[in-house]
Design a protein around this ligand. Structure first.
Ligand SMILES: Cc1ncc(COP(=O)(O)O)c(C=O)c1O
Length: 481
C-alpha cells in the first residue's frame, strides 16, 4: 500500500472528533459560513489559496483591498495601526520584541509567557527580570501579579525598558492590566501584551476589555484561537505611533513573502463577524453555556471555574472559557483522556483541571454531549493517587538566556541533572510556557515535576528519552572569568 502517513492520520482524526473544544475557533469549519453576512467561505476558500496577484493588493505594501480591510480592523479594535499576521502570534511576539527593544535592554517578563517571547529574549539579547505569578488556589495555576511586588520590581530596576504580559493566560485569567499599564506609562515603560487568547475581548459586555483599548503599546491576538479564522492567523495592533516605522520593518522580516489569501480572507471575515455579529453570537453562546454550567455544577465531583474563585482585585476571567476543576484525588489529565475517548476534544489538562476552548461555533449539542459524558463518568477511572505538584517559585537564573545559548552543552540523564544549568528550554505542551529557561539551575522540584508530567502523558519539549541538555561545567567557569 502507498503510505501518506500524515494525510491518513488526519483523515482518521477528523472522522473521530465530534465536539471540538480546542483551537481553532471556527470549530471544524462550521464558522466559515455566516448567513447574516451572506458569506460562505467554504464555497471558494480552497481556490483562494493564492498569493499576490494583480488586483488583489500586497500584504507588504497594502494600498487597495488589504489596506481597506486593515483599516477596518484597526477601527474595530481602536488601534493606531493593525496588521494581519500569517505566521501565528509567534511571529507577532517576535515583531513586538524587535520593534520595542535594542540589544542589551532590560525587560520585565511575566514568567507565564509563551515560549515565543522567551525565544525573543535570546534572539534580541535582552536581559530579563522575571515576574513570578500569584497562583490561583482552586486551579493551582498562574493567576496574576501581586501589585506590591510589581511596584517593588519597578523601583529595584529603574532601567527597565518594557514589560511582556500574557493577558489572558490559557485558563482565561488575566492580571489587573489597567493598573500595570498605568504604572508603566508613568515610568515610560513600554507595555507589550500577548493577548493570543483574547481576540474576542471587548466585543460583549460579559467579556473583558481588549488591551488595545486600555492603552497597551503593542498587542498580539491569535485570531485562530477564538475566531473563525485559519490556524496560524493572528492580528498585531499598535497604539504607539512612534513604533510604527520599526514595526513595519520587522513585520516584513517575520512574515512570509507569499501570504495566503485564504488566510487573509479568514482574518478579514473574522473581523467582520465580530463587528456585525459578535454581540449576538456571544449572547447566544453565553445563554447556552450558562445552562450547561449550572448542570455541571450539580455534579458532585466536578465544578466550573468562574470569577467567584478569584480573590485578587482587578483580575479578569474570560467567561467564554470553560474551565472545569475536580475534587481532590481526581486527575485532569485522565479526564482529558476520557473526554477524548468520547469524541470530545478539550484543549488542555492540568493536575486537577481541564480547559475547554469555546467559540460561538460550538453548538448546544457539543455542550450536551460534554454534559452527558460527565454525568455518566465512572470517577474511579480518573482517580489519581499521585499528589498534585506545582512548581511556584522562580528558578535561579545563573546566566541570561542569550548568554546560555552560545555555550557548549552536553546531554545527561534527567536523574543526574540536579544542580546543573539547563541548556535548553524545558516546555510542557500545551500550554507552551517554559518551566525552565536555558541558563537556569535544575533543582529537585523541577526533576520531580518533569517526571510527573511525563507520567501524565504531557509532551515535554527539551526532554528526550529521559535525558536533558545541560551546559558543560567548564563553560560556566569561562563565563565567571
Ligand atoms: C499565550 C500564547 N502566546 C502565543 C502563542 C503562539 O501563537 P501561535 O501558535 O499563533 O504562533 C500561543 C500558542 O498557543 C499562546 O498560547
Amino acid at each position: 500500500m502507498k503510505r501518506v502517513p500524515l494525510v491518513e492520520a488526519l483523515k482518521e482524526y477528523v472522522k473521530l472528533r465530534n465536539a471540538p473544544f480546542s483551537m481553532p475557533g471556527h470549530k471544524s469549519g462550521r464558522g466559515f459560513k455566516c448567513d447574516a453576512l451572506d458569506i460562505d467561505l467554504t464555497e471558494f476558500i480552497l481556490s483562494a489559496d493564492i498569493t499576490e496577484v494583480d488586483g488583489l493588493d500586497n500584504l507588504h505594501k497594502p494600498e487597495g483591498v488589504l489596506k481597506e480591510a486593515l483599516d477596518m480592523l484597526s477601527n474595530l479594535y481602536g488601534s493606531e495601526k493593525s496588521y494581519f499576521l500569517v505566521n501565528g502570534s509567534t511571529s507577532g511576539n517576535l515583531i513586538m520584541s524587535y520593534t520595542c527593544f535594542d540589544e542589551g535592554d532590560k525587560v520585565l517578563v511575566e514568567r507565564n509567557c509563551h515560549r515565543s517571547i522567551m525565544n525573543s529574549l535570546i534572539m534580541r539579547k535582552l536581559k530579563p527580570v522575571y515576574m513570578e505569578n500569584t497562583i490561583n488556589p482552586t486551579l493551582k495555576a498562574p493567576e496574576s501579579i501581586n501589585k506590591d511586588y510589581f511596584i517593588k520590581l519597578l523601583s529595584d530596576n529603574k532601567d527597565i525598558k518594557g514589560i511582556f504580559l500574557t493577558y489572558p493566560n490559557y485558563y482565561g485569567i488575566g492580571c489587573d492590566i489597567e493598573f500595570i499599564i498605568d504604572q508603566c506609562k508613568k515610568r515610560d515603560i513600554r507595555v507589550l501584551v500577548d493577548c493570543a487568547h483574547g481576540a474576542h475581548f471587548g466585543i460583549h459586555e460579559r467579556l473583558p476589555k481588549n488591551p488595545v483599548e486600555l492603552g497597551a503599546d503593542m498587542v498580539v491576538m491569535s485570531a485562530h484561537k477564538t475566531l473563525p479564522s485559519f490556524t496560524q492567523t493572528s492580528y498585531l495592533h499598535i497604539n504607539n505611533k512612534m513604533l510604527i516605522e520599526k514595526a513595519d520593518f520587522y513585520f516584513g522580516v517575520f512574515q512570509s513573502t507569499s501570504p495566503s489569501y485564504m488566510f487573509m480572507a479568514s482574518l478579514d471575515y473574522s473581523r467582520a463577524f465580530l463587528e456585525y455579529e459578535g454581540k449576538r453570537a456571544y449572547d447566544n453562546l453565553f445563554d447556552i453555556m450558562d445552562k450547561i454550567k449550572s448542570k455541571i455544577n450539580n455534579l458532585s465531583y466536578i465544578k466550573v471555574f468562574d470569577n467567584s474563585y478569584i480573590h485578587e482585585s482587578g483580575v479578569i476571567f474570560d467567561d467564554s472559557r470553560l474551565v472545569l476543576f475536580l475534587s481532590k484525588g481526581l486527575s485532569g489529565h485522565k479526564l482529558l483522556d476520557v473526554l477524548r475517548d468520547n469524541r470530545i476534544q478539550a484543549e488542555m489538562s492540568g493536575d486537577n483541571n481541564v480547559v475547554l476552548l469555546t467559540s460561538p461555533f460550538n453548538t448546544e449539542e457539543d455542550f450536551v454531549s460534554l454534559l452527558k459524558t460527565l454525568e455518566i463518568l465512572d470517577i474511579e477511572v480518573i482517580r489519581d493517587r499521585d499528589k498534585c505538584i506545582y512548581e511556584t517559585k522562580l528558578p535561579i537564573q545563573e546566566l541570561i538566556p542569550a548568554d546560555a545559548f552560545g555555550l557548549e552543552k552536553e546531554i545527561i540523564p534527567l536523574e543526574s541533572s540536579l544542580g546543573r544549568t539547563v541548556g535548553e528550554n524545558i516546555i510542557p505542551y500545551p500550554p507552551g510556557v517554559p518551566m525552565l529557561i536555558m541558563g537556569e539551575k535544575i533543582e529537585y522540584e523541577h526533576i520531580e515535576v518533569i517526571k510527573k508530567s511525563l507520567s501524565d502523558g504531557i509532551t515535554m519539549l527539551g526532554i528526550n528519552s529521559g535525558n536533558i541538555k545541560v551546559i558543560k561545567d567548564n563553560q560556566l567557569c569561562k563565563m565567571d572569568k
